[in-house]
Write a protein that binds this ligand. Structure first.
Ligand code: SF4
Ligand code: SF4
Length: 427
């Protein structure tokens, strides 16, 4: 029986007509892009279900949890330590969004030359179509790029539950000291919000739950090194996107079920694409739901994506947090160790990211790299030039793309991507 979620959406203050329209567009896009793929692992049906219920059942679960005392914390960045949130029995959900909405309203608040990701988050808030931002007990903004930093000043005028975390810009000892202090302050804020005092045992459990999600993604990714690729890049990206919304234990189980299918596929040489299909490593800005444009173009142009060097991808999930130690101080230091390795382009200098791209290119047996930059994203657009030069110098074919969430450039992108695939096919 179909559940009527309208009363729930109404109680969250959503604009029901606009929200219906969003769900219609999302459903249509999902069906055209994902359900039309061939030879998908059966386990992807779980993710089809999650996407069909992304504003329904999952939101209801969060609200049911709130009624039992569990808080919901929304974040825009992988620097927000999930371990601390889980340690306080709270839920962390990602709030980055991958579609334009209420653009006229957004343009009244933000400069036009703001990246699509930030504009989209504001569009979903102003258009009243995001149940997650409305349901959250606390929103966490982070001082990473200038666009986010300044936009949180604006967001702070629209909501009364914004918490801003400072993030260092350099991987120096001073930067580490700053992040340590900010994580301690965040722990205090989570304790105050939830009324739960986080001790060593709780933090250990938060580390274990979060690590298990990461382990599941690492396992799935390990099968993507094979040729033929046993899963499409679109489906793997979807799993990485759902990582930010789903119940963590259920998510890890569901990803592991897919891996259980991929293992025999790899052993028997079965793939979603034929053996020898050109293999692409994506690198750059995060792609939040429902931003599937470029992967869709790539995988309908004769190539397969085998890895994502991005925050919705390996930059966000790589490295486990050590659970060695018992005291809160030791475990907080482990969390700091893990997050301080994130090689986001807001850091200067940022050589680790270049090394990670090259290492992923080798590990996933890629044939070329497509650097994905959002227009007006200074950190990644700046880095993309050096990335391209350094990779090409090493003989790694690289294509640099700057785009946004509109569909206007699909034809032009397809032409460039097809030419790139042609180039790597001849090597
Ligand atoms: S790209 Fe940087 S700012 Fe954006 S989510 Fe990742 S770590 Fe955060
Ligand atoms: S895509 Fe770039 S400009 Fe946009 S929020 Fe992320 S780092 Fe900032």
């Amino acid at each position: 029986m179909e559940v009527n979620y309208e009363p729930m959406w109404e109680s969250l203050g959503l604009d029901l007509a606009a929200h219906d329209e969003l769900l219609r567009i999302l459903g249509e896009g999902y069906s055209n892009i994902f359900l039309s793929q061939e030879n998908r692992p059966e386990g992807m049906s779980y993710f089809d279900f999650v996407m069909s219920e992304v504003h329904g059942l999952r939101v209801k679960e969060l609200i049911d949890g709130q009624n039992e005392g569990r808080k919901v914390i929304g974040s825009f960045c992988v620097f927000v330590p999930e371990e601390i949130v889980r340690a306080a029995d709270a839920t962390l959900v990602g709030l980055c969004t991958g579609a334009d909405f209420a653009t006229d309203e957004v343009d009244k608040l933000l400069p036009r030359n703001t990246c699509a990701l930030i504009k989209s988050a504001f569009g979903f808030k102003l258009g009243k179509v995001c149940p997650y931002i409305e349901a959250a007990d606390m929103l966490v903004g982070e001082n990473t790029c200038d666009g986010k930093k300044k936009s949180f000043e604006v967001l702070g005028r629209l909501v009364d539950n914004l918490y801003v975390m400072d993030i260092p810009q350099m991987k120096s000892s001073e930067g580490r000291t700053l992040l340590r202090a900010e994580y301690a302050r965040f722990k205090d804020a989570v304790e105050e919000l939830t009324g739960i005092s986080i001790d060593g045992a709780r933090l250990k459990r938060g580390i274990e739950i979060t690590n298990n999600k990461r382990r599941a993604v690492h396992r799935l990714n390990s099968f993507r090194c094979a040729d033929p690729a046993p899963i499409s890049g679109l489906d793997a990206l979807l799993a990485n996107q759902v990582y930010f919304y789903d119940d963590p234990v259920r998510f890890a189980d569901s990803v592991n079920k897919i891996s259980d299918e991929l293992e025999p596929r790899v052993q028997s040489g079965e793939g979603t694409f034929p053996k020898g299909t050109p293999r692409i490593l994506m690198s750059g800005c995060p792609m939040a739901v429902p931003n599937w444009k470029v992967p869709w173009i790539i995988e309908t142009s004769g190539a397969v994506i085998v890895g994502e060097e991005a925050c919705v991808g390996e930059r966000g999930t790589q490295n486990l947090t050590s659970d060695a130690g018992k005291t809160i101080e030791e475990l907080m230091e482990n969390i700091l160790d893990r997050y301080f390795q994130i090689d986001c382009a807001v850091f200067t200098p940022n050589p680790d990211r270049q090394q990670h791209i090259e290492e992923m290119y080798e590990r996933y047996n890629a044939d070329g790299v497509i650097h994905y930059g959002l227009q007006f994203c200074q950190p990644y657009q700046f880095e993309s030039m050096n990335v391209e030069t350094a990779l090409e110098k090493k003989g790694i074919p690289t294509l640099r793309i700057d785009t946004d969430y509109s569909m206007e450039d699909v034809g032009q992108l397809k032409t460039r991507i097809e030419a790139f695939i042609e180039r790597i096919s001849q090597l």
